[in-house]
Design a binder for this molecule. Structure first.
Ligand code: AMP
Ligand code: ZN
Length: 114
């Protein structure tokens, strides 16, 4: 997607504070952190939102969660606990239409979220 900001980050056209990268997944710090640890984990393939997950592209989403589990350990948030959020669509407040998973930690969270 030419105009997608996360595709531009993947291509290196927009700078990011990279935390992890492999062939299929990129993780970088959120520009406007909502917690002391706030990393965005995204598939390199453009998928607009959770509404577009299907059998064909689900493998990369599974891999995203393997990366999240590794990163939680590396970032030292696995033992205290952390939260993973993916906003889907307008009601959830999705602002970037490239599916992404917020990995949030080093904060005490409440439930249900606001
Ligand atoms: P959402 O509101 O769930 O779509 O989340 C989009 C997230 O992307 C927000 O938390 C933004 O702060 C973050 N974001 C937007 N632009 C950038 C950028 N250039 N680099 C890092 N994070 C960004
Ligand atoms: Zn994209």
């Amino acid at each position: 997607m030419d105009e997608c900001i996360f595709c531009k980050i993947i291509k290196g056209e927009i700078p990011s504070s990279k935390v992890y990268e492999d062939e299929d997944v990129l993780a970088f710090n959120d520009i406007s952190p909502a917690a002391p640890v706030h990393v965005l984990v995204i598939p390199k393939k453009h998928i607009s939102s959770l509404n577009d997950i299907n059998e064909e592209n689900s493998k990369v989403i599974a891999h995203v969660f393997v990366v999240i589990s590794k990163l939680a350990k590396e970032l030292g948030i696995d033992e205290d606990g952390f939260r993973v959020v993916s906003n889907c669509g307008e009601a959830a407040g999705q602002t970037v239409h490239h599916v992404h998973f917020h990995l949030l930690g080093k904060k005490k969270f409440t439930w249900p979220p606001g």
